[in-house]
Design a protein. Structure first.
Length: 545
């Protein structure tokens, strides 16, 4: 029988394994090392359970930050809630005392758990038939540890490297920061081990959600792409820079596995539990929380409608017309009906006025059912987030859907490759193919790009394609930082669309939705939490904080 393990938001886990001794009735946080790493457990059931629990330290995505998505701190969306914590990233109020995405503790907790597993798993007397599985579990723990360090690096830069130690109360906890290079070298070394010894792809259904060699290769490609980018690389725009070559080669290695591919339809990609596109995802039981949290607010009765996410006009404008041309130049654009004939991904990413949903059209015109005015939480831009949801066009209620959060998918690998190859050697045929494959799957017609693009023109094409393809997947927030454009796109005003209904005739007016500010002197990194600084006398704060 096929079995899949799910990571639940509560931190519990399902294990399709034998249980003994009534231990399953004991809360996990009360299990001692002697119980977990049982010297009589030849199958390693409880060690496996402990390892599975470490996955809950991964970023769960969706509305994980005080009911908001991380992209509501980028130029792609804002929170529909007044005074939402996520707004601290765009109004200059983030501090070392108050950071809504403070990831220090959860990632070091994950690192400690991984180290504990690696230190103690040798106590378990695995029978011969389980030794290969044991080695795969060790690789999983090393991958998770590397992932947690990557999460720390992209926020804080250099951080203390703990190695394999499991620190106790009697240890010296005053540990200085390692350099950013030392941290990334460590991550890459760990990933190389996993690539050599980890679980191969494609993964069997019974292990779906566990880290594989492909996941390690995808993380390596993403990290090398970051390191080649302007935030970390002063020579980023010099053709032939070897950092870009390394990133391109790492992404190409994933492509050359010939295991992963684009899912046939963007419309079902995020509600299908297993596809050849998703390389690694945060596994969740079926839910309807994404719909409840982000669906338009005007639906009552059995439907929960919180509408927490308001996509910006800037994101809407980024979606081309169906002919693959910007709305500013395409003959398909009609200012009186601006949402007609757009890139098909637009309709799977953003709710707009007139969108058919739950047996009626969405009303985001002034005074409409989904923008009624008053003090209730509602869209601030005239739009709601549609991405990740099931198809409820003709339904009356939300049913539970697969809502795994994709941490790595093949489309990103193609985008990573195209960006790195283009920066290294220019827009060759492989760069064109990677981008055109994504546009073809999207349904653009024609999906082909203009011939003879320059390196700079292709750069803008790739950045555009990355924005619309990866919207709300916690990519844009980091992309505008690694490209060092946050100082441009997050200073000034983000916009929405004010729609007025005059007896059935709609008029559209671009409107101010949110003032935003980005302090270039310090905001390309996070402040290290103040309570960590005062606990560790050797821990220095990031510049400007």
């Amino acid at each position: 029988m096929k079995k899949i393990f799910y990571i639940l938001a509560t931190g519990a886990f399902f294990l399709n394994a034998c249980k003994s001794g009534g231990l399953e009735e004991t809360p996990l946080n009360l299990w001692t090392e002697d119980y977990v790493f049982d010297t009589k457990d030849s199958l390693g059931d409880f060690a496996k359970g402990y390892l599975t629990e470490i996955y809950t330290n991964l970023p769960a995505g969706f509305n994980r930050i005080s009911s908001n998505i991380l992209d509501a701190a980028s130029d792609d969306a804002i929170s529909s809630q007044n005074a939402a914590a996520i707004g601290r990233f765009t109004n200059g109020q983030i501090t070392a005392f108050n950071n809504p995405d403070d990831a220090w503790a959860i990632n070091y907790s994950g690192i400690r758990r991984a180290n504990k597993f690696l230190t103690n798993v040798g106590k378990v007397p695995f029978k011969a038939s389980m030794l290969q599985e044991k080695n795969y579990w060790i690789s999983e723990a090393k991958f998770l540890r590397a992932y947690f360090y990557f999460e720390l690096f992209k926020r804080y830069g250099g951080v203390p490297l703990i190695g394999d130690k499991v620190l106790g109360l009697n240890d010296d906890l005053n540990i200085p920061r390692n350099s950013a290079k030392e941290v990334t070298d460590y991550i890459l070394a760990q990933l190389e081990e996993v690539i050599s010894t980890g679980r191969p792809d494609p993964i069997a259904d019974g292990n779906l959600g566990r880290a594989t060699r492909g996941a390690a290769m995808a993380l390596k490609a993403r990290l090398l792409l970051y390191l080649a980018s302007p935030l970390y690389n002063s020579s980023a725009y010099n053709p032939g820079d070897s950092n870009w070559q390394k990133a391109a080669d790492a992404a190409k290695a994933v492509m050359n596995l010939n295991v992963f591919s684009l899912h046939s339809s963007f419309s079902t990609l995020f509600t299908t539990r297993k596809t050849a596109e998703v390389i690694f995802a945060y596994q969740r039981a079926n839910t309807n929380d994404v719909e409840n949290n982000n669906g338009p607010v005007g639906y009552a009765g059995p439907v929960t409608a919180n509408g927490y996410t308001s996509p910006t006009q800037e994101l809407v404008d980024a979606f081309e017309m169906k002919d693959g041309k910007p709305y500013t130049t395409s003959p398909q654009y009609n200012a009186a009906n601006p949402y007609l004939n757009r890139d098909p991904r637009f309709y799977l990413t953003v709710f707009h006025n007139g969108f058919k949903w739950l047996n009626r059209n969405v009303e985001t015109f002034e005074g409409g059912k989904d923008k009624p005015g008053g003090i209730a939480t509602q869209t601030k831009t005239g739009y709601y987030m549609r991405k990740f949801m099931g198809d409820f066009t003709s339904s009356s209620v939300y049913s539970s859907q697969t809502h795994n959060f994709p941490l790595f998918r093949y489309a990103e690998v193609l985008l990573n490759f195209a960006e790195a190859r283009n920066e290294y050697s220019g827009p060759d045929a492989e760069v064109y193919k990677a981008i055109e494959d994504i546009r073809k799957r999207a349904g653009l017609s024609p999906f082909t790009l203009d011939a003879g693009l320059t390196r700079e023109q292709m750069r803008e094409v790739i950045r555009h394609e990355r924005r619309v393809e990866m919207a709300f997947e916690e990519q844009r927030f980091w992309d505008i930082r690694r490209w060092k454009i946050a100082e441009h796109v997050l200073n000034g005003t983000l916009h929405g669309m004010k729609i007025t209904n005059n007896g059935g005739t709609l008029t559209y007016e671009r409107s101010d939705a949110s003032k935003v500010s980005f302090d270039v002197s310090k905001m390309y990194s996070y402040p290290i939490p103040y309570d960590e600084i005062i606990k560790n006398s050797k821990l220095t704060q990031n510049q400007g904080w």
